[in-house]
Design a protein around this ligand. Sequence first.
Ligand code: GLA
Length: 399
Amino acid sequence: MNRSLGRLLHAAAPLAFMLAASVGVAHADQAAPALPQMGFNNWNSTHCRDEFNEAMIRGVADKFISLGLKDAGYQYVNIDDCWAYWKRGKDGRLQANPKRFPSGIKALADYIHQRGLKFGLYSSAGTSTCEPLEENRGFPGGLGHEKQDAATFASWGVDYLKYDNCNNQKIDARKRYAAMAEALRATGRPIFFAVCEWGENKPWLWAGKPPVDAGSWRTTGDISDNYASMLKIFKENVVLDAYASPGHWNDPDMLEVGNGGMTDTEYRSHFSLWAIMAAPLLIGTDLRTIKPDALQILLNKEVIAVDQDPLGVQGKQVSDANGIHVIVKPLKDGSRAVAVFNETGATRPAVVAAAELGLKGGASYEVRDLWAHTQVKGDGSLKVTLPAHATAMYRISND
Ligand code: GLA
């Protein structure tokens, strides 16, 4: 039942300003400071279809290297629901589905580690995971098995755990997530803990603090590969900026870029909005078959640098009048990133006053367009014509 709850042209005409100093590029070492996690998860592209298997995940890990994703900062190769065998072993340990992962999870983690990447796994803080199996059986969940499962994950070389909320027996979420968080810490292996509670019990109020102390928490139900879904999730997440801080991120769910259900303009908006919200950037498309346009979006290092800025602040929405959203994110070097998003189905002009961006009117600024990769000088106000569903994104710094 939780399940149903859980699922359910380049825009900017360049404007009137200029160039930011050289824009930093995200790097794979995210140990300190703790920046939003970047990587891949198979769920949005495969769900539990047979194509989700060991060959696919190894192929994706290879693509991290050959397509330049690792160099752009993508680090985690994560697998989602349906990796497990439907029952535990005689010793009570979780086991991999031998058809999908004949070499086992440890071998898969080794393969990923050998490429300088990190490996993530999935479980649920319930009696079974979210995907019901044929014959009414579910895959085993972690509830009541936290210590054993955490030890198993550590022995396999797991670096990241996405912990879902299905079949939770209505036990207090704080208790269920704290039990796994403590078990993971007790292994002594650093394992990134991604709470996937869909926002039901306002995890932004507790999941980032001890005893859970998670790296991120889902704030919404599941994303689907369409504009309406992306828009709904953006609106739910953008108002939660006060709860994010370095190492503790709101998670509006994984990226759909490349899956075919939105236009390139909409995918650029999706990526821009997730970046300005300092969201985890988890690619959800099959990298073995990704089209060049989608790859270009995911590899926009200037937009990635906004997400990964070391100041670690989620952008704040400063206005959303008439379907135009303006979000401002302060950056470490004193500059600020700005996203201007037209949610409507018609081309709209947008005028943003300097004061709205927290800038002094009359001063001189450099404005860099992070999609056009051009820069202009200006007085701190923005004027842009935005096609339907498009987002313009800038970095504004003092002249
Ligand atoms: C829930 C989660 C999704 C995905 C599926 C797997 O719906 O929110 O992200 O992990 O379960 O069954």
